[in-house]
Design a protein around this ligand. Sequence first.
Ligand SMILES: [Zn+2]
Length: 235
Amino acid sequence: MTIALTLVLSAFAAEYGPLVEGTEGDEIAAGGHGQADTGVVGCSDQYLGEGIDLPELPLFYYRAQPSHSWGSREMVEVIVDTSRHLRWLMPEADPLTIGDISSERGGFLSGHKSHRGGIDADIGIYMAGGKQDPRGFTALGPGTFDLERNWMLISTLLDTGKIDMILLDRGHIERLRAYTVRAGLLTDDEAEHVFPSEGSRASWENVGIVRHAPNHADHLHVRVLCADGSKADAR
Ligand SMILES: [Zn+2]
């Protein structure tokens, strides 16, 4: 792991410059993000006050909609950190496909109810063998859904501590939940926390959870928290 990690970082630094660890925050901050006092100004589910354009990092991910790749600082950090970790953990897997986040100023985005405040992103899920479709999202059935790698994707996202919720089709959620318990990755209680039963109070109130939404058999919809850890729609 250490050798692979070093190789990835060297290759990355050679191609893109030192956008790793300590320097990455500076790079992102260069996009403009004042209000360091509270760190929460601009976190809205309706508009994007001081958005950051998700940088192009083809080693880690592919931006399918470059004009809709503006997000909050937390959103950009979550995508960069998660995709970087996945490159180390699963070097054989394809870079992630990143779909719509928000437009530069946020607001209504065609085809979506949300994606207005830079705090929502659509991310491709892995097909069997760790494949992603760079042209867009592909609906996956039980036979083509890569359980192991999609759990790695979701758990890496949740590990950032910045996730409000992840939306996914219930069929995939049931498969993931059964897999994590069967493989001894989660206890029953942990699985209920991450994948709360539909309609339960936890499914609406807790953060860091995976919840069902229709039309999400081909991608994850990821919503991040505000900088202070609050939910945008509760502010
Ligand atoms: Zn979405």
